[in-house]
Design a binder for this molecule. Structure first.
Ligand code: PGA
Length: 249
């Protein structure tokens, strides 16, 4: 099943008011690629200003708390993200799974919290280099999905998966095309098992050192329905060629 590709940028802890011009430039250039969904996941505190700067363009968060509200100092609820103007959020990025010790169960609760208020959720999974070298990458990622996938897909909000091998993030290294294909096929099987026919339409993004120079090849791999892009999403010159590649141009 071929779905509209999604290219989402993950700005991580980068971006202040001065960078709104870059967001405007990306949103404006993206309009030339209507066959691709484009989004930028920016720091929480920039969401409101970014969403106001680029009406109609998808701005997302990078994390969300699983609880609706309450005594969680420093945290942001799904409703708060939505209220600030976000239409999506990442959950379970490996940098959070690692530094904040986020468990699969927590990631699942976050995904469910996002979807329940109508926020699209991108659940991130991916193996470490040790696991890849041990030959257990697929098994490990399937285990992450078992624990992290939301119970159901009720409602309008959309679930997507980002497969991001940890050793490929920010390193310039990427898996071979057959390795990406094998992982994405396994993720697709898991999604069908879990959600039946709806699992066929869930977008599976590849992430980890996606650049203009490798995007074309990555997007030709079966079951790669888009990309989650870190470093190369920070400016229009690096990011838009990736969007163009998703559009087949
Ligand atoms: P990268 O980051 O594109 O800089 O490798 C991807 C990510 O962490 O989402």
């Amino acid at each position: 099943m071929s779905v509209k590709k999604l290219v989402a940028g993950n700005w991580k802890m980068n971006g202040v008011s001065a960078d709104l011009d870059q967001i405007r430039a990306i949103a404006s250039a993206s309009r030339g690629y209507e066959d691709v969904d484009v989004a930028l996941c920016v720091p929480t505190i920039l969401i409101d200003r970014a969403a106001r700067a680029v009406p109609g363009f998808s701005i997302g968060g990078q994390d969300v708390h699983h609880a609706e509200k309450g005594a969680h100092t420093g945290c942001t609820s799904a409703l708060m993200l939505l209220d600030a103007g976000a239409s999506l959020t990442l959950v379970g990025h490996s940098e959070r799974r690692d530094a904040q010790r986020e468990s699969d169960a927590e990631v699942k609760a976050k995904a469910e919290a996002a979807l329940s208020v109508g926020l699209n959720a991108i659940v991130c999974v991916g193996e470490s280099l040790d696991i890849r070298e041990l030959g257990s990458a697929v098994e490990t990622v399937m285990g992450q999905l078992d624990g992290s996938l939301p119970r159901s897909l009720e409602g309008e909000a959309e679930l997507a998966i980002a497969y991001e091998p940890i050793w490929a993030i920010g390193t310039g290294k990427i898996p071979t095309a057959p390795d990406i294909a094998q992982m994405h096929a396994a993720i697709r099987r898991k999604l069908r098992e879990r959600y039946g026919s709806a699992g066929a339409g869930i977008r599976i993004l590849y992430g980890g050192s996606v650049k203009a120079s490798n995007a074309k090849e990555i997007f030709t791999i079966a079951d790669v329905d888009g990309a989650l892009v870190g470093g190369a999403s920070l400016n229009v010159e690096d990011f838009i060629p990736i969007v163009a590649a998703a559009s087949g141009r």
